[in-house]
Structures are given as C-alpha cells and as structure tokens.
Design a protein around this ligand. Structure first.
Ligand code: CFM
Length: 537
C-alpha cells in the first residue's frame, strides 16, 4: 500500500474531531478486498478551509455558457465576477464571420453599491440594449451573481421584456454563486436552461450526413475539440453540435437531429445527455479522447454503435495511420517519463481521464480526485439511486422533459440497446474508481493542508492540478502541470494531443530548475521570536 490507514489518521489528526470525521469520508485508500468502497462527494466544504472549488455562477456562465461563441454572455453583478470568468479557461473559438465571435469579451453590469440598494434591473435592461446595439448577436445570456439573488432582481422579467423589445432570445440563468456547494450546481442550471430554451428550437428535422453526432462535455480547452473534430470528420462523422467548446447557438438549436450523443465530461453535461435520450430517443455514449488507448477505444465503440462494416474499416484505417505516425514520438518521451509517479487532482472529470495518458507514458497515478464531482463520477452511475439529496442539491430545480411527440425516434431497438450495453458504455459511466490500482488514494475536494501532507508522504514526481495550488507545489520542488488550462499549451486530446502532453510533461521532468529551488525558509527564518512561559512571544 502506498500509504497506510495509520498514516492517513496522522494527517487527519491535526483537524478538530468533527472535521476529522468529515474529511475521512472524502478520502479512500483503494482496497479491492473491501468490495465497493464509498466516498462522500458534492457536500459543503468546511468553512475556513481553502480548496480549489469555484461557485455556481462559474459553472454556469464560465464553464457551460461561456464557450458559446455567437451569443453575448452578460454577467449581472459586481465587476469581479465577470473578471474572474474572463479568458483564463482557454476555451478557444473561431468563426468565419469575425463579427459574430464574442468569446473574448467580458460584458458586465458592473453593479455598484447604489444598485445593490435600489435594485439593478434598470441597469441590466440598459446593458442588454447596449449589447444589441453594438454587437447584434444571435442571442444573449444573462447570468446572475450572488448579490442579484440577495436583493431580488427579477432577471427573468428583464430578459423577457428585452426579448420582446429586440426580437432575439435573451436567456436568464439564476446561477447565483451560493446556489450550490460548487460550480457543479451551475452546470446543472445551465444544462436546464439550454435544454429548455435552445435545443430543439431549430427547424431541422433530419441531419446531413450518414453518422450525425453531438459532442457533449467538450469545451475546446487549448484546442482539444478541434483535434477531436479532426479525427471524427476524417472517419466520416458529421458533428451537428458541440456542447459547448467552439459551440454556437445556431448549431445547438438543431442538436435534436443527431443519432448519438458523445459524452466526454460526464459531470458537467450528463443532465442534457439524459434529457436528450428521454425527449428524442438518442442514446449517449461515454467517450474519452484523452490518451491514445482511450481515443482508440472510443472510436471503436462509436463504430460499434452504428454497426456499419464500412465505418468500422475506416475507423481502423485512421487508427492505424495515426498510431504509426505518433508512436515514435511517444516512445521518445516515454524514456523520460517511465517509472515516475503523479498526483492527478482536477475538477469533475479530468482527474480520471488523465490517468490513462499518464499510464501510457509509464507514469503511475498514486493519488487522484475531483474538486466537485459527485459519487457517480467516482464509483459509477449504478450508485445514483443511493445518493441522498441534501438541502443544497434541492436548491437546484430539476427539469422534467417528456417525449417529443413529433421528433422522438428510438435509434436502436430495445434488444439491440441491451446487447450493445453489454459491450460499450452506452448511457453509462463507470467512474474513476475501477481504473485505480490497489493502494492508490482517491480524495474528494482536496485542500491545501492535505495537498502538502500527501506530497510529503508520497513524494510524487509531478502534480497535475490547477492555478490555485500550482505555485505552492512548485515551491516544494515538484513540477506542476495545469490540467485545467494546460498552462499555455495544448491541445492534449486525441492523437496529436497525447504527443503534446508527453512533450510538456517530459520538459517538466528534464528541466534542471527543480534542483535550484531552495525555499527561503530553509536558509533563514522568516519570523523570529521567543516563546515565554505563557506561550506568548
Ligand atoms: Fe468537465 Fe471541464 Fe472538468 Fe468541468 Fe472545470 Fe475545465 Fe475541469 Mo477546470 S467542464 S468537470 S468545471 S472537464 S473548467 S473544461 S478543467 S474544473 S475537470
């Protein structure tokens, strides 16, 4: 075992006893002999503890809505909220008509104290008018931040009036930061809004192309989505809509015509995937384009779903060509990486997905986890019926959809569906747990104290995480790779992405920088003082 229960107890012993018990439920040392192990997730972070989570507004506007390029996304709130979700996620987008790409703008109502006191509705209406006048977008979103909910601005009424004034959709999202325990709540709110107001609003009844698909939960960070599209179009798939990386309102409207929905990030978009199945009869397939083997497996599963021998043959052709092309490069980087260990702690899906890519390079993931995922992302969707809804999750309205009387079409017979489900992850996600080795650690909502303690104990060779802990880790002499924004690099998905990732990680290991880092406190004390009999300096 990489660490023992006793060592874990020692780390937790620094906490007050109530917190000790709480954190213990969020940490698992994988022990296959115990059978299925249960982890606690999607519950409140203890107040005062610094973790890496964001808020509901970040999950709604920043994550799901923000990448839709032909809509202007208005943040109704103080300027800091808009600033926080401006650009740093590196979700890229391009348009033929440059005037219809609003991705680089941060539009905010810039609420001031007087707006908090007297209400911000008039200001919001004015900002919508200005946006229409200056940008002429296809549609607009309005996302609420904490104070909006607290003072009771009716953003739905403002949006509705603006829709009538301007004749374009204005969608209001009540995603106040406090609506949930993390950004996960915001994903759900955004999913509901898009399903309710956008998907299906288009007039298309039949897709172009033989294999029409939607790509869900792919946000084109560092260009990931473009690499996935390159591979899929090369094989012959027709991508109707991407949700939401480099995505557009125009495409999303017609997403109902697809024959299959691919789900890359289960956490952020499983709600839409499920609702599309109920409303239009379109199954979803859990895919993973991170790592060479996962990409190959995904492509084969997709071909299996459509069951066409010509598609299967073309899939194998592309796989063989791509693997032959990248293998020599991967081999070279593998020599640098082989035998190393990693921590892989990311938001709600990458903590799982990147373990495979690390493994292909010969790097063992010894600790992994998610900031805000739910139990099903750790343990698999079979635990869904056992998840208790608490007061925080009840805060988010459920959207119930029904079969569309005209557009619902069973894509597969129930027999075929059952047969395929035995072989490929159709409408199912198995979670991270099954892919983790005996003795490795799974941590939910890892905090900064635990980060340092686990590093001291396990001494990983690389720490894959984000901006909020990167610098502390680097100061401990360990290379840190941002798996959220990819630092300034990418794409990391698909075949080309695997090579980029291997190169960047190898650079981290090969750099002599780490030998020169001596934290200042190791050379001279940063604080000096004496402790007297009463313990006061
Ligand atoms: Fe999905 Fe994401 Fe992730 Fe996520 Fe995110 Fe992200 Fe992430 Mo940062 S949607 S859950 S809310 S894969 S922004 S593109 S990297 S925490 S693991």
């Amino acid at each position: 075992m990489a660490i023992t229960e006793a060592q874990l107890e020692e780390i937790l012993a620094k906490y007050p006893s109530k917190l000790q018990k709480n954190r213990k439920k969020h940490i698992i040392i994988n022990n296959q002999e115990c059978g299925a192990q249960t982890i606690e997730a999607n519950t409140r972070t203890a107040p005062g503890i610094i973790t890496n989570r964001g808020c509901a507004y970040a999950g709604c506007k920043g994550v799901v809505l923000g990448p839709l390029k032909d809509m202007v996304h208005i943040t109704h709130g103080p300027i800091g909220c808009a600033y926080y979700t401006w650009g740093t996620r590196r979700n890229k987008a391009r348009t033929e008509d440059l005037a219809q790409n609003f991705i680089n703008y941060a539009v905010s109502t810039d609420m001031q104290e007087s707006d908090i006191v007297f209400g911000g509705e008039k200001k919001l209406a004015k900002v919508i008018d200005e946006v229409v006048e200056n940008f002429h977008p296809k549609a607009i979103t309005v996302s609420a931040t904490c104070p909006v909910g607290l003072i009771g601005d009716d953003i739905n009424a403002v949006a509705k009036a603006a829709e009538e004034r301007h004749g374009i959709p204005v969608l209001a999202f009540s995603c106040e930061g406090y609506k949930g325990v993390s950004q996960s709540a915001g994903h759900h709110i955004a999913n509901n809004g898009l399903m309710d107001k956008v998907i299906g609003a288009g007039t298309m009844e039949k897709a172009n192309g033989k294999y029409p698909i939607n790509l869900l939960g792919e946000y084109n960070i560092g260009g990931d989505g473009w690499e996935v599209e390159r591979i899929l179009t090369d094989i012959g798939y027709d991508i109707v809509a991407v949700m939401t990386g480099d995505g557009s309102y125009e495409d999303l409207k017609n997403a109902h015509v697809s024959e299959l929905n691919l789900v890359q990030c289960h956490r952020s978009i499983n709600y839409i995937a499920e609702m599309l199945e109920v409303k239009y009869g379109t199954p979803w397939l859990k895919v993973n384009f991170i790592g060479v083997q996962s990409t190959i497996e995904t492509l084969r599963n997709m071909a299996e779903y459509f069951g066409d021998p010509a598609l299967k043959a073309r899939t194998e052709e592309v796989i063989a060509r791509e693997v032959a092309r990248i293998e020599p490069m991967m081999e070279q980087y593998k020599k640098v990486c082989e035998g190393k260990t990693a921590f892989c702690f990311v938001g709600g899906s990458r903590g799982h997905h990147y373990q495979g890519l690390f493994g292909e390079l010969g790097i063992d993931t010894v600790l992994a986890g998610y900031e805000f995922a739910h139990r099903d992302d750790y343990e698999g969707r079979q635990v869904l019926p056992d998840i208790k809804t608490d007061a925080d999750s009840k805060n988010i309205p459920e959207l119930h959809v029904n079969q569309d009387p005209n557009r619902f079409k069973l894509k597969l017979s129930p027999e075929k569906m059952a047969e395929l489900k035995d072989r490929i992850p159709l409408s199912y996600y198995a979670g991270m747990y099954v892919d983790m080795k005996e003795g490795t650690i799974m941590v939910d909502d890892l905090n900064h104290y635990e980060t340092e303690e686990f590093i001291k104990l396990l001494k990983p060779d690389i720490f894959a995480s984000g901006i909020k802990d990167k610098y502390v880790v680097q100061k401990m002499g360990i290379p840190a790779k941002q798996i959220h924004s990819y630092d300034y690099s990418g794409p990391y998905a698909g075949f080309n992405g695997a090579v980029n990732f291997a190169r960047d990680v190898s650079m981290g290991f090969a750099s002599p920088t780490w030998n020169f880092i001596v934290p200042p406190w190791k050379e001279e004390p940063l604080l000096t003082g004496k402790v007297n009999a009463e313990g006061v300096a």
